[in-house]
Every structure is written in C-alpha cells, then in structure tokens.
Design a protein around this ligand. Sequence first.
Ligand code: HEC
Ligand code: HEC
Length: 292
Amino acid sequence: MELDKRDVVTGRPTTGHEWNGIEELETPIPRVVFFFLGTAFVFSLICWMLYPTWPLIWTYTKGMLGTDQKQVVAVQVEDAALSRATWTSEIEKKSYAEIEADPALMRSVKETGHTLFGDNCAACHGVNATGGAGFPNLAAKAWLWGDGSPEALEETIRVGINSTNDDTRTSQMLAFGHDGMLPTDQIEAVVAYVRSLSSLEPAGDAKRIEAGKQVFAANCVACHGEDAKGKRDVGAPDLTDANWLYGSDAQSVFTTVYSGRQGHMPNWAARLSPLDIKILTVYVHTLEKKPQ
Ligand code: HEC
Ligand code: HEC
C-alpha cells in the first residue's frame, strides 16, 4: 500500500487501496453538506427552545413562546360561536315577517337552512325540495296542510304527519277498493272524473265522467271538498291543480283510490332545536317557486 499516491487521470489523491488494478479515489465529503448539517442542528436547537418539543414522563417541554394549538382552536371555536350567536339570537327574537324582511339575516338563513335541509329533509323531499313520488314538492306552494303560512309550516315540521308525535297531523286517503267500499267500475268512473278536473281525461268519455261525478259527490267531498280543491285541515290535496303527490296517470290515480294512501312525515320536535326548526320554516317558506 502506497501512501500519498495520486491518480494519473484526475490528479486526485487515492486512498491507497487497490483491487486488481482499480484504485479508490480519496473523495472528501463536500463542505456544503457539513454546512447544511450544522444549520439544521442550530435550527432545531432554536425550535427546541421556542416550541413544545420533547415529551417528558407527565408533561413536555413547553418552549419559550408558549404555543398551544388546543388553545388556538378553542379561541377559534369561541369566535365562531360568538358570530353565530349574534344572528341566531336575532332569529330567536324576531317574528317570521321581521326575519324575512331582513336581507342580512336571510342570507344566514338560506345558508344554514340549506345545510339543515340537506342533512335532515333532502332524503325524502330532494336537495331542491321539489319532492318526488309520495313526497310533496315544497317549492310548489300547493300546500296539503294549512295556509302555507310560516306558522302552519312550523307546526307540520314540529309534529309531523301520521308520525309518532302525540299532536301529529293525521291524514288518510281511504282504500275504497281494497276495503270494499266501492266496486271497481265506480272507482274507474271516479278516476276518470278526477282526471277530467285537470283536463287529463279525453272529453269523449262524458258519460263515464258524469257517473264519476256522482261517485265523487257521495264519497269524496267530505275530505276533498265540493269543488275538489282539497281541505287543508285534513291534509286532503287539491285534485284540480297540476300538482300530483302520487302520480296523475290513470293507473296511479286508480291505485290511490283502490288501495288508499297514507304519507308519513317524521316529527322533528324531538330531533331538532326550536332554533333549527325556525330556520327551516323560513327556509321552506321562502323557497323560490318551482313547478313539479
Ligand atoms: C321520511 C321522509 C321525510 C323526511 C325525512 C321529511 N319529510 Fe317532510 N314530508 C314527508 C311526506 C311523506 C310528506 C307528506 C305527507 C302526506 O302525504 O300528507 C311531508 C310533508 C311535509 C310538509 C307539509 C307540506 C304541505 O304541503 O303541507 C312540510 C312543510 C315538510 N314535509 C317539511 C319537511 C322538513 C322541513 C323536513 C326536514 C326537517 C322534512 N319535511 C323531512 C316526508 C318526509
Ligand atoms: C277521509 C278523507 C278522504 C276521503 C273520504 C277521500 N280522500 Fe282522497 N285523499 C285524502 C288524503 C288525506 C289524501 C292525501 C294522502 C297523503 O298525502 O298521503 C288524499 C289523496 C287523494 C288523491 C291523491 C292526490 C295526489 O296528489 O296524488 C286522490 C287522487 C284522491 N285522494 C282521490 C279521492 C277520491 C276519488 C275519493 C272518493 C272516492 C277520495 N279521495 C276520498 C283524504 C280523503
């Protein structure tokens, strides 16, 4: 082994080791590596001093800055609650008319209402509240219950329809065929009459429609009214408009009259706070009108 030997090609010193004529160059670690190592060490030292770093048995080194993410989050949560409290307390205090007349408050209602609706109501009524078969379109403004006032809506949301609440609204479309109250031919006639009210039945069937009118007068007016425009104290829908809860084709209307219908709307008094129910009421009441 020859010390201080230099490689002939590069002129660099070699380590002196040699394997079958191949020699190893003496390549020192570049200084820049030491520089970065040193800087990183100094940097970590500074961090150890400033921030929480080392776990101890019962506690940890807290650092000179006293940084505590838990406290930061707690302050943020408090701030958020405070800014929410200012508008929610307005909602609690104000009447429906006052809330709806306040554009700033309505912005918060729309935002929070949309989220609440998405979380609790959209599964049945749809994301845009336009409903579907068996679930009413809340944006149609063709109400089954009450006058569509916020108070009536709030009552429905609170107690539900055919729900387990003691004060539930109760609605039932009787099963005229299934329960043997009407023979099939009379059901077919009354279906034709009901569909004729919204011009869905061909006018050629005048005799059948006339027969259906008799059946309607004898069996249906108690709930749907003489003019078939529905009765909102028993949840019986208007049969003359373009809104259909269970479908307007002859087969669907026949099924409705033959087998009856009983929609279930859960009651929310136990599951949502009075504040959330109030927000949802305003949200539903001020939905932009959308046809089915
Ligand atoms: C499990 C399904 C379901 C959920 C969830 C649901 N609803 Fe309903 N909702 C119904 C049904 C079904 C009806 C119609 C009942 C009937 O046929 O009379 C209804 C009726 C209503 C009515 C009465 C409409 C009218 O014309 O008078 C309102 C208002 C209403 N829902 C609001 C809500 C709100 C707000 C929520 C969320 C908090 C909600 N619903 C959640 C099924 C649901
Ligand atoms: C005891 C009261 C009552 C009587 C009597 C009654 N209905 Fe109904 N009807 C209702 C109620 C309540 C509903 C709504 C059911 C629901 O929302 O689940 C309804 C729903 C309907 C619907 C569905 C409307 C839609 O939008 O899909 C039709 C059609 C209908 N009734 C026709 C009749 C006919 C025809 C008769 C007479 C043969 C009759 N009803 C008698 C209470 C009644």
